[in-house]
Design a protein around this ligand. Structure first.
Ligand SMILES: NC(=O)C1=CN([C@@H]2O[C@H](COP(=O)(O)OP(=O)(O)OC[C@H]3O[C@@H](n4cnc5c(N)ncnc54)[C@H](O)[C@@H]3O)[C@@H](O)[C@H]2O)C=CC1
Ligand SMILES: O=C(O)[C@@H](O)C(=O)[C@H](O)[C@@H](O)CO
Length: 315
């Protein structure tokens, strides 16, 4: 029975993941290496819960209940000692993750499940030195973790079936849409799809086919508009497989085949232009613009999430 959750890493993803559990009634302890970072996470969670209230997705009582469900601690052992389910959302640095798993094996309950929110590391690499690999999985949440429904669950050969079932059930209990990878593959599913599309988007930008704004609108007003409710495989059926056969035959040969990050991204990163985190990337941002854009983004995601929930209740 999963009752107590521990989230290790209170950054972009950890705070949102913790919020998802707290809103659903679970007691969550968030751990990080500095009190200051935990304070930032606490403020971010409170603001995110207030936005959900403003959009009618949460009552004040539910917000207060969620806040009461969360504990913040720089004490790793204290955070995980009684936890039934532990998710690490620390930086995508393999040495950090492997070192953390070594620490956890000494201090967690014998039946605790350990999950990683890694974006890219194969589970076999994460578990290679673990002595309790049978109770380890990947739970890949998407940014923002408290609003995007998808969680990719990645198992490996040694993962016990009951661990996978418990993990899938737990994700559904916190209102997520878990999908289970049946075999290990680099980049999992959504990041492979997302990266393939982004590779083509940056190719079109480099070739001067359209401005960045129009390339983005091509998705948000086109396929992206559909994808919130109809995925690519179903789109093929709806469009007609005979037509899609011709589309594949005509377009596949001319798609970009690059094997690494676009030069534009490499050049910008080399100049320290990292996007919103540095104030400039492909686009330029004023400090206030970023928070306004995130606020608008999240309000739209909340409205979309409510629409999708209404659809699922009807089905
Ligand atoms: N940022 C994103 O859009 C997404 C990131 N991810 C994955 O989630 C993980 C976390 O990413 P972010 O939240 O973006 O990183 P982040 O850098 O925003 O947060 C990481 C947090 O972990 C803390 N930390 C580092 N070492 C620690 C330790 N030993 N114990 C406790 N806390 C520690 C850091 O102080 C920081 O607060 C990564 O594996 C990343 O690939 C997955 C989906 C989306
Ligand atoms: O976009 C997301 O939230 C996830 O697909 C990711 O894992 C991202 O690729 C993230 O790692 C980088 O923003």
């Amino acid at each position: 029975m999963i009752k107590k959750i521990a989230i290790i890493g209170s950054g972009v993803m950890g705070s949102g993941i913790a919020q998802s559990f707290a809103v659903s009634g679970y007691h969550v302890t968030i751990n990080d290496i500095k009190e200051e970072l935990l304070n930032h996470a606490q403020n971010r969670i409170s603001e995110n819960l207030s936005l959900l209230m403003e959009e009618g997705a949460l009552t004040d009582r539910e917000k207060q209940g969620a806040l009461a469900n969360i504990t913040y601690s720089v004490d790793l052992e204290g955070a995980v000692r009684d936890a039934d389910f532990i998710i690490e959302a620390i930086p995508e640095v393999i040495e950090l993750k492997l070192n953390l798993y070594r620490q956890l094996e000494e201090i967690i309950k014998p039946d605790a499940i350990v999950a990683s929110n890694t974006s890219t590391f194969p589970i076999s690499q994460l578990m290679e030195k673990a002595s309790s690999a049978e109770r380890m999985v990947i739970t890949h949440f998407f940014n923002p973790g408290h609003l995007v429904p998808l969680v990719e669950i990645v198992q490996h050969d040694e993962t016990k079936p009951e661990i996978v079932k418990t993990t899938m059930d737990l994700m559904r209990k916190i209102g997520k849409s878990p999908i289970l990878l049946k075999k290990e593959i680099a980049g999992f599913i959504a990041n492979r799809l997302q990266t393939a599309l982004m590779r083509e988007a940056f190719y079109l930008l480099k070739e001067g086919v359209a401005d960045a704004e129009d390339i983005d609108t091509a998705i948000t007003a086109g396929p992206g508009f559909r994808w919130a409710f109809t995925g690519p495989i179903e789109i093929a059926d709806f469009g007609g497989l005979d037509t899609w056969q011709r589309v594949f035959d005509n377009v596949s040969p001319v798609l970009d085949q690059s094997k690494g990050a676009p030069d534009l991204i490499r050049d910008l990163v080399a100049e320290g232009k990292l996007g919103t985190k540095s104030g400039e990337g492909i686009f330029t941002y004023e400090e206030s613009t970023v928070s306004q854009k995130i606020n608008e983004r999240d309000r739209n995601f909340i409205k979309l999430g409510k629409l999708k929930m209404e659809k699922e209740e009807v089905l």
